[in-house]
Design a protein around this ligand. Sequence first.
Ligand SMILES: C[S@@+](CC[C@H](N)C(=O)[O-])C[C@H]1O[C@@H](n2cnc3c(N)ncnc32)[C@H](O)[C@@H]1O
Length: 210
Amino acid sequence: MTDDRQRWNEKYSTDDEFELPEEPIPALARWIDTLPEGRGLDVATGTGRNARYLASHGYDVDAVDVSDEALDRAAAAAEREGVEGVTWIRSDIDDFAFERSTYDVITVSFFAALDHLPDLKEALSPGGVLIYEHHLRSTDPIDLGPSTDRHRYRSNDLLRACLDLTILDYRERMRTDDEGRTLAVATLIGRNSTGGRQSYPPELDGSGGA
Ligand SMILES: C[S@@+](CC[C@H](N)C(=O)[O-])C[C@H]1O[C@@H](n2cnc3c(N)ncnc32)[C@H](O)[C@@H]1O
């Protein structure tokens, strides 16, 4: 068993305070209506909140995680919700065979995968969109996320690593969850586009004017 598999199985089984939200990351819910339809990939899916959300919107989803415990919970939640269309794949991301030009939407949330970005970008279909959210280093008091900076991104790490995509949105900010706990997050929406002329999504906040 790989170190990550054992470590994360133990965390899911023994750490009572470790609980992942049921709702998808806010950016996915916010952007869903603008995204290309088709196949989805959720990397390090955990209990599958993003994968289940994509499947409930008609996507055919591959959801990968190293932890058996996480995937058991994810599959049980999908069954409870009556969500079909997710293939749960137990694999270390290091061993996952990314298919090229395959996925219309790829989601990564709260998993440090900068080393895997070349594979992820190649796995995007033409016009496919990457939605990536991760913890940031911050001087503000933070309640959620890794206890050390090692697994947090510096300002613009994620943006810099994705500059070969069309950046549809990039934000760094503090967020408060439903229980009032704070986290510092970077969120990137990037599209695999080619050429200097391309289409763009409308403003999502409804603001108009030139
Ligand atoms: C903080 S959780 C985030 C889960 C989910 N993306 C979410 O936002 O709810 C990190 C997940 O990464 C998975 N993970 C850790 N190392 C991994 C690896 N090497 N390959 C695949 N998954 C891994 C863990 O099992 C865990 O489910």
